[in-house]
Design a protein around this ligand. Structure first.
Ligand SMILES: O=P([O-])([O-])O[C@@H]1[C@@H](O)[C@H](O)[C@@H](O)[C@H](O)[C@@H]1O
Ligand SMILES: [Mg+2]
Ligand SMILES: [Mg+2]
Length: 303
């Protein structure tokens, strides 16, 4: 099988260029429902492991900087999730935060691909600060199909499936309709770089939005949970430089299915691998924020 090609086991793609994933239309079939149900069960199972480990002693290491933390639980949970999925869906592909950090290629092809952050908010996890999540996203033909984000300490299960809405547990999620920075509650995250130039740009972006009389800016330590708060209407927008595809994949589906928009900081379409994002309940607010931001270069996940 050549890179980018993938087989469905007993289901071969129909027509197309052999690389695209097309299913024969089958009445009532919902090709990815089984995958999403599996993701929810795995997020719950992984979330219990994280919750138990939160209060225990941890061995902490660092990755790209002194504040970019990782623990043995991040690795254990990612291995748990990927091994269970690989057993059930052997033809699928996987992008995991810790596998990527260990050298695996971070490449999105047309194949069904799972995009996993085993612990989002590892710094919070190390400090026993509650916002900690397991995030599982899923894409086919490079299109995000569904996202599952489990809040490990309060038990909220956020789900979103393309064309089927977004939920927190059983409650439907809807974004706000706020269009102006001056009335908005905005969330962001700091990212792992702490050099003086980056800090100047990060604080400058915050200062710019505050001079536009934003009601407030909040940093909670978990990009995925902050994006879920936008999807639930508890905040109006989110922006960040320095997050990754595994922070974005699941949450992007959830926000879109809650009626929100997720775009690039340039104001153009979202580029999942670009390590940057603006998300909001309305396109007007997303664009207003994007045009005020100074870019902080974090490279790309797929480089
Ligand atoms: O590493 P992790 O805890 O999964 O994810 C974290 C993100 O949620 C956060 O937005 C970012 O600022 C941190 O640098 C880190 O990437
Ligand atoms: Mg993580
Ligand atoms: Mg993360």
């Amino acid at each position: 099988m050549k890179p980018g090609e993938c087989s469905l086991g007993n289901r071969l793609p129909v027509g197309g260029n052999g690389n695209k994933f097309e299913f024969p239309p089958q009445q009532g079939e919902d090709p990815w429902k089984e995958c999403m149900d599996t993701a929810v069960q795995l997020a719950l199972r992984a979330g219990q492991v994280v919750k138990k480990a939160l209060t225990e002693e941890k061995r902490v290491s660092t990755k790209t900087s002194a504040v970019d933390l990782v623990t043995e639980t991040d690795h254990l949970v990612e291995d748990l999730i990927i091994s269970a999925l690989r057993e059930k869906f052997p033809s699928h592909r996987f992008i995991g935060e810790e596998s990527t950090s260990a050298g695996s290629k971070c490449v999105l092809t047309d194949c069904p691909t799972w995009i996993i952050d085993p612990i989002d908010g590892t710094c919070n996890f190390v400090h026993r600060f509650p916002p900690v999540a397991v995030s599982i996203g899923f894409a086919v033909n490079r299109e995000l199909e569904f996202g599952v984000i489990y809040h490990c300490t309060n038990g909220n299960m956020y789900t979103g499936r393309k064309g089927h809405g977004a939920f927190c547990n059983k409650e439907r999620l809807r974004v706000t309709q706020e269009k102006a920075i001056r009335n908005a509650l905005i969330l962001t995250e700091i990212g792992p770089k702490r050099d003086p130039e980056t800090l100047k740009l990060f604080l400058g972006n915050m200062e710019k939005l505050l001079t536009f009389q934003a009601h407030g800016i909040r940093v909670i330590g978990s990009a995925t949970l902050a994006l879920c708060l936008v999807a639930s209407g508890a905040a109006d927008a989110y922006y960040q430089y320095g997050l990754h595809c595994w922070d974005l994949a699941a949450a992007t589906v959830i926000i879109r299915e809650a009626g929100g928009t997720v775009i690039d900081t340039s104001g153009g379409p979202l580029d999942l691998m670009s390590c940057r994002v603006v998300a909001a309940g309305t396109m007007e607010l997303a664009q207003s924020i994007a045009q005020e931001l100074q870019t902080i270069d974090y490279g790309r996940d797929d480089n």
